[in-house]
Design a protein around this ligand. Structure first.
Ligand code: FES
Length: 127
Protein backbone atom coordinates (compact mmCIF):
# COMPACT_ATOMS: atom_id res chain seq x y z
CA UNK A 1 0.00 0.00 0.00
CA UNK A 2 2.79 2.43 0.89
CA UNK A 3 4.44 1.76 -2.49
CA UNK A 4 1.20 2.75 -4.19
CA UNK A 5 1.08 6.03 -2.27
CA UNK A 6 4.68 6.79 -3.21
CA UNK A 7 3.98 5.99 -6.87
CA UNK A 8 0.90 8.23 -6.89
CA UNK A 9 2.78 11.04 -5.14
CA UNK A 10 5.64 10.81 -7.65
CA UNK A 11 3.22 10.83 -10.56
CA UNK A 12 1.53 13.90 -9.17
CA UNK A 13 4.82 15.67 -8.55
CA UNK A 14 6.25 14.89 -11.99
CA UNK A 15 3.05 15.87 -13.77
CA UNK A 16 3.10 19.40 -12.44
CA UNK A 17 4.14 21.77 -15.19
CA UNK A 18 7.18 23.92 -14.61
CA UNK A 19 7.13 27.56 -15.50
CA UNK A 20 10.17 29.61 -16.39
CA UNK A 21 9.70 33.36 -16.29
CA UNK A 22 12.25 35.25 -18.34
CA UNK A 23 14.04 38.14 -16.63
CA UNK A 24 11.97 41.31 -16.23
CA UNK A 25 13.71 44.47 -14.96
CA UNK A 26 11.23 45.17 -12.16
CA UNK A 27 9.32 41.98 -11.40
CA UNK A 28 12.18 39.45 -11.50
CA UNK A 29 15.54 40.76 -12.79
CA UNK A 30 17.08 37.29 -12.59
CA UNK A 31 14.06 35.47 -13.98
CA UNK A 32 12.22 32.80 -11.99
CA UNK A 33 11.23 29.16 -12.11
CA UNK A 34 8.45 27.40 -10.24
CA UNK A 35 5.95 24.59 -10.49
CA UNK A 36 2.24 25.13 -10.69
CA UNK A 37 -0.12 23.36 -8.35
CA UNK A 38 -3.11 21.52 -9.73
CA UNK A 39 -5.92 23.86 -10.80
CA UNK A 40 -3.72 26.92 -10.34
CA UNK A 41 -3.53 29.57 -13.03
CA UNK A 42 -0.20 30.85 -14.18
CA UNK A 43 -0.87 34.17 -12.44
CA UNK A 44 -1.81 32.46 -9.16
CA UNK A 45 1.37 30.38 -9.29
CA UNK A 46 3.51 33.43 -10.00
CA UNK A 47 1.95 35.38 -7.12
CA UNK A 48 2.38 32.41 -4.76
CA UNK A 49 6.06 32.42 -5.70
CA UNK A 50 6.50 36.09 -4.87
CA UNK A 51 6.32 37.58 -8.36
CA UNK A 52 4.39 40.81 -8.18
CA UNK A 53 2.44 40.46 -11.39
CA UNK A 54 -0.15 43.20 -11.60
CA UNK A 55 -3.70 41.78 -11.41
CA UNK A 56 -6.00 44.77 -11.19
CA UNK A 57 -9.26 42.83 -11.63
CA UNK A 58 -8.30 40.14 -9.09
CA UNK A 59 -7.93 37.45 -11.78
CA UNK A 60 -11.41 37.82 -13.24
CA UNK A 61 -10.48 38.47 -16.90
CA UNK A 62 -11.65 42.06 -16.74
CA UNK A 63 -8.37 43.95 -17.24
CA UNK A 64 -5.18 43.14 -19.10
CA UNK A 65 -2.63 43.87 -16.42
CA UNK A 66 -1.65 40.19 -16.11
CA UNK A 67 -0.75 39.99 -19.81
CA UNK A 68 2.10 37.64 -20.64
CA UNK A 69 3.70 36.20 -23.76
CA UNK A 70 4.12 32.44 -23.83
CA UNK A 71 7.44 31.83 -25.63
CA UNK A 72 7.40 28.04 -25.22
CA UNK A 73 4.49 25.69 -24.63
CA UNK A 74 1.91 28.04 -26.16
CA UNK A 75 0.37 25.30 -28.31
CA UNK A 76 -0.27 23.16 -25.21
CA UNK A 77 -2.66 25.70 -23.72
CA UNK A 78 -6.41 25.63 -24.15
CA UNK A 79 -8.05 28.10 -26.50
CA UNK A 80 -8.68 31.55 -25.02
CA UNK A 81 -12.29 32.46 -24.31
CA UNK A 82 -13.95 35.23 -26.31
CA UNK A 83 -13.72 37.48 -23.26
CA UNK A 84 -9.98 36.85 -22.94
CA UNK A 85 -9.48 37.60 -26.64
CA UNK A 86 -11.44 40.85 -26.31
CA UNK A 87 -9.38 41.89 -23.30
CA UNK A 88 -6.11 40.96 -25.00
CA UNK A 89 -6.87 43.44 -27.78
CA UNK A 90 -6.31 46.17 -25.17
CA UNK A 91 -2.99 44.81 -23.91
CA UNK A 92 0.22 46.74 -24.34
CA UNK A 93 2.72 44.91 -26.57
CA UNK A 94 0.27 42.34 -27.91
CA UNK A 95 1.88 39.44 -29.77
CA UNK A 96 0.49 36.28 -31.41
CA UNK A 97 1.51 34.27 -28.33
CA UNK A 98 -0.04 36.71 -25.84
CA UNK A 99 -2.36 35.41 -23.11
CA UNK A 100 -3.78 36.65 -19.85
CA UNK A 101 -1.89 34.79 -17.14
CA UNK A 102 -4.97 34.60 -14.91
CA UNK A 103 -6.74 32.60 -17.63
CA UNK A 104 -3.99 30.05 -18.34
CA UNK A 105 -4.20 26.65 -16.69
CA UNK A 106 -1.25 24.73 -18.13
CA UNK A 107 -1.52 21.06 -18.88
CA UNK A 108 1.52 18.82 -18.66
CA UNK A 109 3.84 20.89 -20.79
CA UNK A 110 6.36 23.25 -19.29
CA UNK A 111 6.11 26.89 -20.21
CA UNK A 112 8.57 29.68 -20.86
CA UNK A 113 6.92 33.03 -20.29
CA UNK A 114 7.90 36.62 -20.92
CA UNK A 115 6.29 39.44 -18.98
CA UNK A 116 5.81 42.56 -21.12
CA UNK A 117 7.80 45.60 -20.12
CA UNK A 118 4.63 47.60 -19.39
CA UNK A 119 1.05 46.93 -18.38
CA UNK A 120 -1.85 48.84 -19.85
CA UNK A 121 -2.16 50.75 -16.54
CA UNK A 122 1.44 51.90 -16.63
CA UNK A 123 1.08 53.11 -20.21
CA UNK A 124 -2.13 55.06 -19.52
CA UNK A 125 -0.56 56.69 -16.43
CA UNK A 126 2.25 58.09 -18.58
CA UNK A 127 -0.09 59.69 -21.13
S1 FES B 1 -5.86 39.97 -13.58
FE1 FES B 1 -7.22 41.12 -14.80
S2 FES B 1 -7.31 39.99 -16.61
FE2 FES B 1 -5.97 38.83 -15.39
Amino acid sequence: MQKLHVAVAKALVFDMPKVKILPHPEICPEGAEFELNNDESLCEGALRNGLKIEHACELSCACTTCHCIVREGFESLGEPSETEEDMLDKAWGLEPQSRLSCQIYPGKKDLVVELPKYTVNQVSEEI
